[in-house]
Design a protein around this ligand. Sequence first.
Ligand code: TRP
Length: 363
Amino acid sequence: MENRKKVILTGDRPTGKLHIGHYVGSLRRRVELQNSGKFDDIFIMIADAQALTDNAKDPGKIRENLLNVALDYLSAGIDPAKSHILIQSMIRPLPELTAYYMNLVTVQRVRRNPTVKSEMKMRGFSEEESDNEEGTPVGFFCYPISQAADITAFDATVVPVGEDQEPMLEQTREIVRRFNGIYGETLVLPDIMLPGNKASRRLPGTDGTAKMSKSLGNCIYLSDDEETVSKAVMTMYTDPTHLKVSDPGHTDDNPVFIYLEAFAGEDNPDAKALFEEYAPDYADLNEMEEHYRRGGLGDVKVKRFLNSVLQESLSPIRKRRAEYEKDIPAVYEILREGTAYAEATAERTLNRVRKAMGIDYFG
Ligand code: TRP
């Protein structure tokens, strides 16, 4: 397995539009990786089949958001000439690979998966069926195994995802080792790639709660217009103890500063230019934070700066979206091409797998 191709696979469930948390947590990095020229193949999967595992009654929602997510990708800078965007459910070898991998994983092992556990809790899928709680759909329970199929089908070497996906990668690596141990070296062992800085790993909601979520209405979407973003920023939750401008303030756990860290923090290549243009009194975010902590820097001023910083990031995304929205059939054509390429790749892996297992009966 020397001189292995370098292959990226990652994806999202199309259950809603993508927000700036997705952007700093993964999308932005994908675009960088794509443009680095260091990868032989890049696959970005719209995981509609996985989304259906807990939305069986609402396929319309998945269908609608599939297009939203595709537009979010393209407008964020995913370039179909460099990355293959694919639709999971259209890749026929995936469920077949999943079926073989299921024999290599125990029910007990899936039950221990911390992400599955917390997602079951969030969805009210209890361990036991009862009058007031729904049971767990088998398909949902097995999604870590189908995710292993997603990753291995394309011989992915690198999987850039958020921290919450760590248990999925662990599960995938176990399946790969198990498969190769039993049937001989066949599958590629993937590595996880986590977002670099802490603020980018988990952007809180605009209301200060731990996570952006559609149901809480605390998101800023990539598709929001300028006015919507500016309104969301100006009404954001900040330090509740910072009452007067002269009061000393807290910057930790303050969503306004966490967003600034993600969009104009030290490791952001545009940080210096952003400060020069929109907050010339400060050389960098550290200086601004110090002033806030000392007292004398008002929230409105900081929010205005954050608004400028966000608009600067979002405006090229908006422009690209407007272009793609003019021709939706062309977007579906991009998906069709990406999916066809991905299907051929997965087909080759499936043939390898069947051969390794000795079930390629007709040669
Ligand atoms: N589970 C991922 C999520 O909820 C989506 C996903 C499906 C995925 N298949 C994948 C991510 C393969 C990385 C690799 O966001």
